[in-house]
Design a protein around this ligand. Structure first.
Ligand code: UT7
Length: 330
């Protein structure tokens, strides 16, 4: 009989080398460092170069995560890549599997936008809890710079590129204490990266549509409103399932979308500032990558320590939102 508990035993992250600060960005669109920092808290973001790829960034984050978990790629049973921007629409997880030499692992992509990492964490956990798999690599990675309209100041100032990864392992005690996931497709139109096609007549009476994906569109005000309302709610639900109170949480690890959202959620939940993990000043909103990058940095800085209790919450397109509470390490 296998262990059916879950432990998160390693982390890693990778960021492209090129950095773009607000001042320089204001040469491209009509904006200012003052507007961006006061409205979002973002100071700079990393951008993937034309020779970077999502699978390359994800592979280097994964290599670190595997090493820090003390296992090898050959030990992996499953690889889940949470992304909205794969190199290939058929998925990029298998490319990462090949790069890592994780020959035993089954690999697939999961799309849930900025909630992708939290949704992936819960998905990975189900495979471990059923006893199906013991060693799972979960990656959150996105290259949104390839999909924003660099003429649209309402969106292009917000996003950055990057990848983060964790290893989840079967464990005697269960370190995933509670979770709650939600979707509301009636609000889908607030944040999109939509396919736009035009009709083509293939043969008489047989029409198809072909086109391409259009850059990101977002109703910032509505998404902001949604986030500050739903995120505290979903964290409360996860706390209830974990039978924990808010003061038993060591770290609030939110999707890094906007410092004002981080502050508002912390305030609503009565979580003091020193427990809030924030790195969006340096990287902007890296979508599915933001939580694992911030997690990895906090672990490497020695902020997050063994046995610390973390509440992670992702929210974004779909609309989707979710929270997971876990203790760090075995
Ligand atoms: O990861 C997915 C989750 N996404 C999010 O969480 C995003 C949530 N939303 C937000 O973070 C905020 O709504 C934004 C940061 C996107 C926008 O902040 P806001 O305080 O809601 O600004 P706003 O959209 O109400 O715009 C205020 C003003 C407008 O001008 P007027 O109409 O008042 O004259 C905008 O045109 O700021 C203008 N504006 C800008 N000005 C300078 C919008 N973008 C910019 C810009 N630079 N980059």
């Amino acid at each position: 009989m296998h262990n059916l508990g879950i432990a998160i035993t390693g982390s890693g992250s990778a960021l492209p080398a090129t950095s773009l600060d607000n001042q320089t960005l204001s040469r491209l669109v009509e904006t200012s460092d003052e507007w961006i920092t006061t409205r979002t808290g973002i100071c700079q973001r990393r951008l993937a170069s034309p020779t970077d790829s999502l699978s390359m960034l994800a592979t280097s984050a994964s290599t670190q995560a595997i090493a820090s978990a003390g296992i090898t790629a050959a030990d992996l049973d499953l690889i889940i890549l949470a992304t909205s921007t794969p190199d290939d629409l058929f998925g990029s997880a298998c490319k990462i599997q090949a790069n890592l030499g994780a020959t035993k692992a089954v690999a697939f992509d999961l799309t849930a936008a900025c909630s992708g990492f939290v949704f992936g964490l819960v998905t990975a956990a189900q495979y471990i809890r059923t006893g199906a798999y013991q060693n799972v690599l979960l990656i959150g990675a996105d290259i949104l710079s390839r999909w924003v309209d660099w003429q649209d100041r309402r969106t292009c100032v917000l996003f950055g590129d990057g990848a983060g990864a964790v290893v989840l392992q079967a464990n005697e005690s269960d370190r995933l204490l509670g979770f709650s996931l939600h979707s509301d497709g009636t609000q889908n139109h607030y944040l999109n990266l939509a396919y736009q096609a035009s009709d083509q007549e293939l043969l008489p009476d047989i029409n198809i549509a072909q086109g391409t994906y259009q850059p990101i569109t977002m109703n910032g005000k509505e998404v902001y409103r949604f986030a500050v309302q739903r995120v505290p709610e979903v964290i409360d639900k996860a706390l209830f399932k974990a039978n924990l109170s808010i003061d038993q949480i060591d770290w609030l690890l939110l999707h890094q979308a906007n410092q004002r959202i981080l502050d508002a959620v912390a305030q609503r939940l009565n979580i003091p500032q020193h427990k809030v993990i924030s790195n969006l000043a340096n990287y902007g909103n890296t979508s599915a990558a933001s939580i694992p990058i911030a997690l990895d940095e906090a672990v490497r800085q020695g902020k997050i320590q063994l046995n610390d209790t973390i509440v992670a919450s992702g929210f974004g397109a779909g609309l989707t939102w979710g929270a997971a509470i876990f203790q760090w390490g075995r």
